[in-house]
Write a protein that binds this ligand. Structure first.
Ligand SMILES: Cc1cc2nc3c(=O)[nH]c(=O)nc-3n(C[C@H](O)[C@H](O)[C@H](O)COP(=O)(O)OP(=O)(O)OC[C@H]3O[C@@H](n4cnc5c(N)ncnc54)[C@H](O)[C@@H]3O)c2cc1C
Length: 473
């Protein structure tokens, strides 16, 4: 008889845990409260447009990376999946001059030096720091304030605001990833990506129960022995027995799953240091062909926007005009992702009855800014949708609707252990299990959780043979 593993959550961590458990000989059931797989790795369709909601670039898309072996192992990528590495990655409109950042660091250096020869030495330092990170070395500090040219000062202000310290490490991680040919965009984006892992699960004999919400992990004598699962449509709750339970829903919200809370030092630490990364996500379907505009376009607003006490001087838009998967011919899907912790604002608006009105007001402001910068869009917006942190909270059950962890000084980029002190046969995986989260963390923490599970079950952990420790960044 195969031992039974119940996995809570069918996002990237849950699906990946499912594949690793199946490939190690376990019987697997995944409980997913939504009607589709993927969790935060998702897209949505309206009137022929598709809006990419989760994936902007994928660490591990590069063939030469260790993580790529894991994505292949779980079936998220295979040799038929086209990976797009678009150049330039981002373009900033500085008073009509296009300042481009390319994945190719040499090209970036050449381009920036040509535009701003007065900053030749500082540009070289910036690009060398990207190269250092690409070689797994810590980059030298580079200060945006050291650039002489207003264009480069503005470019960095659009990324990091008026921050006076060295350019944050995330910039170097991003461009270091690109510099080694990684961080591409798998064709079709999130939905097919998650769908392929779900297909691997079912083709290996695993079961995914959609519209099924785990209400409680059943614990007997300090051991996880099953799950109370509620079918959302019929509102019936069933007791499902298990030999092992893997929780991949947000660890910041796990208390709702336990009668007696799970205890471990890492849970206390996680609660103490975690600040959420969340967004308000604006999807726009535009009846205009915007292929001539950059795919990631940054421009200065003629009048700053005060978005819930987060003053915005610049707008970053994602333009999907050149990808036929995202809009009908001649039209354009565009998304705008506004960061900042706005949870309390949206919660207050919901409770005060002004939620829809506030969403409309925000959409109108953003549309006006886009029309000003891209005149072809004027009067052409035929789909307008605003998702707030409350939307993410509703769909994924995440803490404050957050999908990653902010890298504040207190937060360490190290994984939390996937087990707790007071309940055995219970494992944790997912975005929150190692800051800052994201797809690679969902995947690698799933792998680790099943490795621990195999040890407890006296099973030699079968895997893809990759050296993942190197890839945890
Ligand atoms: C706008 C946006 C852009 C992003 N861009 C990137 C990017 O470019 N690169 C990158 O690496 N990452 C990116 N991310 C982050 C990435 O999407 C997430 O970190 C990752 O998908 C998290 O996966 P997960 O499986 O850990 O959690 P989740 O996606 O939250 O999955 C958890 C699943 O559990 C289900 N669930 C919760 N509670 C229960 C329950 N009680 N019973 C049953 N099911 C339950 C939820 O419905 C959900 O499907 C982005 C996210 C967003 C929102």
């Amino acid at each position: 008889m195969k031992k039974k593993v119940i996995i809570i959550g069918g996002g990237i961590a849950g699906l990946s845990s499912g594949v690793y458990a199946l490939k190690n000989g376990f019987d697997v059931t995944i409980l997913e409260s939504h009607s589709i797989p993927g969790g935060n790795c998702t897209s949505w369709k309206r009137k022929g447009y598709q809006f990419e909601g989760g994936m902007h670039w994928l660490t591990g898309s590069g063939k030469d990376t260790e993580l790529n072996k894991l994505w292949h192992y779980v079936g998220a990528l295979d040799d038929s999946v086209v990976i797009h590495n678009k150049e330039p990655f981002t373009e900033f409109d500085f008073k009509g001059t296009a300042i481009r950042l390319y994945r190719d660091v040499n090209k970036t250096q050449e381009h920036l030096t040509e535009l701003f020869p007065e900053d030749t030495a500082e540009i070289e330092k910036l690009c060398n720091s990207i190269r250092q990170l690409a070689n797994n070395e810590m980059p030298d500090d580079v200060y945006a304030s050291n650039f002489k040219s207003e264009g480069l000062k503005e470019l960095f202000r659009s990324f990091i605001g008026d921050y006076q310290g060295p350019i944050p490490i995330f910039f170097f991680f991003t461009f270091g990833t690109f510099a080694i040919g990684d961080g591409g965009f798998p064709e079709g984006g999130s939905l097919p990506f998650a769908g392929r892992i779900a297909k691997t699960v079912t083709s290996l004999g695993g079961e995914i129960l959609y519209n099924t919400k785990a209400e409680q992990v059943i614990v007997e004598n300090g051991k996880a022995v099953g799950v109370l699962a509620n079918n959302i449509h019929s509102n019936t709750t069933t007791k499902m027995d298990a030999d092992f339970v893997v929780v991949t829903s947000d660890t910041m919200t796990i208390d709702i799953l336990f009668e007696i809370p799970a205890k471990a030092l890492w849970i206390d630490e996680m609660r103490r240091v975690t600040h959420p990364t969340m967004c308000t996500f604006i999807s726009l379907g535009i009846n205009a062909d915007l292929k001539k505009y950059p795919t990631q376009y940054v421009f200065k607003l003629t009048k700053p926007i005060n978005f819930v006490n987060h003053p915005m001087e610049y707008l970053h838009v994602n333009n999907y005009a050149d990808d036929p998967n995202f809009s009908p011919a001649g039209k354009t899907a565009m998304t705008v992702i506004l960061g900042g912790d706005t949870y309390d604002f949206w919660r207050g608006a919901k409770e005060g009855g002004t939620y829809e009105e506030e969403k409309q007001k925000l959409a109108d402001t953003i549309i006006a800014a886009i029309e000003k910068q891209i005149p072809e869009t004027t009067g052409k917006f035929e789909v307008i949708d605003v998702a707030t942190p409350l939307t993410y909270e509703r769909y994924c059950g995440t803490w404050k609707g957050s999908y990653m962890t902010a890298m504040t000084p207190e937060v360490k980029m190290e994984p939390y252990p996937p087990v707790v002190d007071n309940i055995s046969r219970l494992y944790f995986a997912g975005q929150r299990m190692m800051p800052p989260g994201g797809f690679p963390i969902a995947l690698t923490t799933a792998r680790t959780a099943i490795e621990y599970l195999c040890k407890d079950a006296n099973v030699v952990f079968a895997n893809e043979g990759a050296n993942v420790d190197l890839q945890l960044i």
